[in-house]
Every structure is written in structure tokens, then in C-alpha cells.
Design a protein around this ligand. Sequence first.
Ligand code: HEC
Ligand code: HEC
Length: 386
Amino acid sequence: VKKLKSDLDLSLLDMKSTRIYQWTIVSAFVLLISACVNDPIGPIPYTATPLVIEKPLGLPPFEVNPLNPLTVEGVELGRNLFYDTILSADNTLSCGGCHQLAAGMTDDGNAVSVGIDGISGTRNAMPIFNLHYNPSFGTTEGGLPFGGFFWDSRAASLEEQALQPIEDPIEMHNTLGEVVNRLQAHEEYPTMFSKAFGTTVISTDLIGKAIGQFERSIISADAPYDRYVNGLEFWDDDAFDGRIIFNDLLGGDCFHCHGEGGGLFTDYTYRNNGLDNYTKASDFPDQGLMAISGDSADAGKFKVPTLRNLVYTAPYMHDGRFETLREVIDFYSEGVHDTPFTDQFIEFADVGGAQLSEEEKDQLEAFLISLSDESFVNNPDYQDPF
Ligand code: HEC
Ligand code: HEC
């Protein structure tokens, strides 16, 4: 009996301490929740001002990214970093040097970009807007790679992507260590980091977050198309007919990959749209997704790009091979190559494409042009602050 009693005492003691332990967890949790409730956009453990972005006209609501919530100070810091040549080895090139607002955040008419050492890359600079909606790298339910950044998916997240051009030997050709040192020794940056993140200690992680915040804040959703679908503008012209062709299985059939849904004009997958006539994976001069996945079935697959702001972002495709929208439309109409790598969603590949009439091409082009947003390329919030 004595033994039983002491066992009982012990287990009571046990229960007591477990309970105290549980209460500590519960109250910590309650504290955390109340901190979150006070802060409508999630816990920001520093004194920066949350930046709330209202639902853009032609896009889904702007959900907060819990890993990198936007603040006024964080976005401002990111914008400074984005336009500062201090990131490049010889202080001559900023991100904005290859991603210019007037060119829809692409590289002003250049098919491929040239880095600080005068060496040409092999790819066309991609536009930077609405990237907040671009999911991080993952796979679809059907197992297709989707989300992620660059033409070939090699950066999983926006914050990770932001650091890569800095070290890319044919872009800014610097080291992250050197950039951290320069920013740390700078007159203003330590204070700006402190305002944005509550610390003057600069790290690559925070540089990625700041640039990521600026990029997430860049939105384009006020094109004639957005005003039309929101009932603010009336259409009875070529763009109206072009929209039908765009969404018609027997017409242009563009929507399978560049779907209108959500106003993003991409499904974020990687596909081979039949640009080239290669029949062996090893023939592709740029293997695209295959270089990352190692799967030869991915040869020549590239990220499906958005179709917004095409008026500003010429030339087109991963290598900038087409200079005009008409060339792109001619390609989808008559120039498609039917190879073992060509995507199944390219209808009529066996006859070279959608076979549109000249009138249909005019209409499709008018629709694509209607996706261009003049207020975006003139938005002072996205301009070079220097
Ligand atoms: C030398 C020109 C150049 C510079 C400088 C440059 N970029 Fe780029 N950017 C490109 C090119 C070219 C691509 C496509 C590269 C690829 O897919 O391999 C690209 C792709 C991107 C993408 C991917 C977009 C998407 O939809 O996947 C982002 C984001 C980006 N750059 C941001 C930046 C940031 C941030 C900086 C500065 C830290 C920067 N770039 C500096 C040329 C440049
Ligand atoms: C099978 C999916 C698919 C279909 C269907 C499709 N595209 Fe594309 N589109 C892509 C991919 C992938 C790219 C990028 C290819 C590359 O650069 O190698 C692309 C690129 C483009 C570009 C270049 C954009 C830029 O920024 O460089 C335009 C414009 C375009 N497509 C318009 C259309 C039109 C118009 C249609 C219908 C006639 C269409 N697409 C049908 C997948 C598709």
C-alpha cells in the first residue's frame, strides 16, 4: 500500500508539472495569437510599418506572404538595393540596369543581356511584375514542375532568386560577402536595414528579403483588358474578337498555358512550345528545365511567361528570337515544330500551328496589346530612386 501511495504521489507530481508545462505553452500561444490579432498582416517582430496592398483591379487579392511580409521600410530598402550599382563588382550595373521600368521591367530591346564584363548571356531578361503571385517551386498534382523563377526554374523562391544575379559571373560578377561588407560600411544602409528589419547587422538573408519585398510590391493590373473585364470599359473591336480566338480550342488555343484565369496569363508550368526542330535532347543549345531536372523529357521546356505588357517587353521568347508580336503570332499559326518534345497543348502542331487568317491574326494581336498597362510603366513607386 505504501508503495502504491508513493507511486501515486509521484504520478500526481508528474501530472502537476505536466500541467504547469501545458499552461506555459497555452499562455505563450495566447500571447502569440493576440500579437497576431493586433497586427492585421501577421507578426512582424520589429517596428516597421506594415504595407497593405489592396486587391489590384485585374488580379486576385494580394495575400500576405508570411515568410516575408511587406513593410514600407522594407520595400523602400529593396527598391534602393534594386537600383544601386553597389551590388555589382565594378559598381556599374544594378538590377534595374537589365530590368527597366519603361521596358516593362525587361532589358530595353536586347535579345539577351550583357553583364559587367561585356559578356553576353544566352537568355532574354524576364519581366518583373505580379511575381508575388508566382508560387515557389513545387510540382502540380499531376507531378509537373511548376512555380519557381528564371526560364528554367533554378531559383525556388523570389528571395532566393534575388541573390543569384549578384554572383552570376556574366551578370554582376560579385560575391555576396563583398556586398554585405560594402553595405555594412555604407553611410545609410545600416540605418535602412535597422528601420526595415530591426537590426543594423546586414546579412545575405535580409538583402534577399528586402529585394524580394520590393519585387513583390510591383504590380501591373490596370490594362484596358482589366478595365474591360471589370465592366469599366466597353469593347466591340478587334480585341473583343481576339479574346475569343485566344480562348478557342479551334482558334488560337492560347489559354491552355497562358490562361486568363486570375489575370495572370501563365499557369507557371514549364513547357516546350515547339520553337525548334530538334529531335534529340542533346541537340538543344539551351536545354531549359532539363538542365535542372536532369530528365531528357524536359529538353527545351521553359517557364510559360505572362502575356501582360508585351507592348513594352520585346523581343520575345527565352532567347529573344522574335522582335514583334506579329512574328510570335505567325509562329503559333504556321511555324510550330511537331517534335517528340512539343507540348501536347500545342494543338495542330502536326500541321505547323493554329492556321489563323490575316484578320484573325490582327484580332489576336489587338487582344495581346490590350494587356499592356501604361500606368504601370509610369508608376513612380517603381522608378529608380537615385
Ligand atoms: C545582366 C542583366 C541582368 C541583371 C544585372 C539582373 N538581371 Fe534579372 N534577369 C536577367 C535575365 C537574362 C533573366 C533570365 C535568366 C535566366 O532565366 O537564366 C533574369 C531573370 C530575373 C528574374 C526571374 C523572373 C521570373 O519570372 O522568373 C528575376 C525575379 C530577376 N531577374 C530579378 C533580378 C534582380 C533582383 C537583380 C539584381 C540583384 C537582377 N535581376 C539583375 C538579367 C539581369
Ligand atoms: C503549350 C503551352 C503554350 C501554348 C498553348 C501557347 N504558349 Fe505562348 N509560350 C509558351 C512557352 C513555354 C513560352 C516560352 C517559350 C520559350 O521562350 O522558349 C511562350 C511564350 C510566348 C510569348 C513570348 C512572351 C515573352 O515575354 O517572351 C508570347 C507572346 C506567347 N507565348 C503568346 C502565345 C499565344 C498568342 C498563344 C496562342 C496562339 C500561345 N502563346 C500559346 C507556352 C505556350
